[in-house]
Write a protein that binds this ligand. Structure first.
Ligand SMILES: Cc1ncc(COP(=O)(O)O)c(C=O)c1O
Length: 282
């Protein structure tokens, strides 16, 4: 297989030749924004929403967006075509750029832009059919979780807690309320209703958050965004995870305790089928 080709600062080049100076503020401070867009059959799924979130995140930390939506889509297409067909996960990153190391924003700096793509690795069929295990932990991240920042140390540490426990995700709580998992949003089902924490600064608003709202509305499943306590999570009928790479997964144990009937529930089945249909309609 030929080597992966990436886009770096205006050029397509083999991954092993892509280089960023050590003074890049992404390397020094984690001063950057990223996005992960799934492409099915070469077509971005919810591409406009991902690019709108990129724009929001960049604006919130004062990095000018180097490209318009049309330009981003054309660049993504170039990178994907250079790497072959099939379902892909595109990773895009914009850092503030290269400058002498001082904390505050440098005045004259050009953002560093990276786009790379990998073949999509969806969760194994067994995870969808039997459900997955999670653990819980205190959310110790900063209070700007709505920004899709490359400063991911809090999320890295949470993912490591899950990895060491041998489970799929670490579900986090702040002040006793559900926030999100290390790299996924968390959903609850109780008495046929779907609940999620509000879209605020305590969670990243996943692109699947909006999609789930749409799918619930289309299928007449009542949806409510509100604070969710730890007890509510453990007494839920169903708990679900969503992210670009997990799509939608049913959680059947948390901290070793069985959730609901201990198998993927009916609301998961309906939402998962609707998710697959939305992909096919691309
Ligand atoms: C912290 C966090 N929350 C939620 C999500 C889900 O977002 P999306 O649906 O856009 O993949 C992610 C995705 O990686 C994430 O890192």
């Amino acid at each position: 297989m030929s080597e992966t080709v990436v886009f770096l600062n205006g050029e397509l080049l083999p991954l092993s030749e892509a280089r960023v100076p050590v003074l890049d503020r992404g390397f020094i401070f984690g001063d950057g924004i990223y996005e992960v867009i799934p492409l099915y059959n070469g077509k971005p799924f919810r591409g406009a929403q991902h690019l709108a979130r990129l724009q929001r995140s960049l604006a919130s930390i004062g990095i000018p967006n180097p490209y318009s939506e049309t330009e981003w889509l054309a660049l993504i297409d170039r990178v994907v075509k250079a790497n072959g067909l099939g379902d892909q996960m595109v990773y895009m990153q914009v850092t503030r750029g290269v400058a002498k190391r001082t904390h505050a924003f440098p005045t004259e700096v050009t953002p560093t832009v990276l786009i790379m793509t990998n073949p999509m690795a969806l969760p194994p069929a067994a995870s969808v059919e039997q459900g997955v295990a999670c653990v819980t932990m205190e959310d110790r991240r900063w209070l700007n979780c709505q920004i899709k920042s490359t400063s991911l140390l809090g999320n890295v540490l949470a993912a490591q807690v899950a990895a060491e426990a041998g489970v799929t995700e670490a579900i986090q709580f702040r002040d006793g309320n559900l926030t999100e998992a290390s790299s996924s949003n968390v959903w609850l089902v109780k008495n046929g209703r779907v609940y999620a924490p509000p879209k605020d600064n305590l969670i990243l608003e996943g692109i699947r958050y909006g999609l789930m709202e749409e799918l619930c509305a289309a299928m007449d499943i009542p949806f409510e965004a509100r604070r969710i306590t730890r007890d509510e999570v453990f007494s839920a009928d169903e708990v679900l995870l969503s992210s670009a790479s997990k799509e939608l997964l049913p959680v059947v144990t948390i901290d070793g305790k069985t959730i609901g009937a201990g198998k993927p529930g009916p609301v998961f089945q309906r939402l998962f089928a609707a998710y697959q249909a939305a992909k096919s309609a691309l």
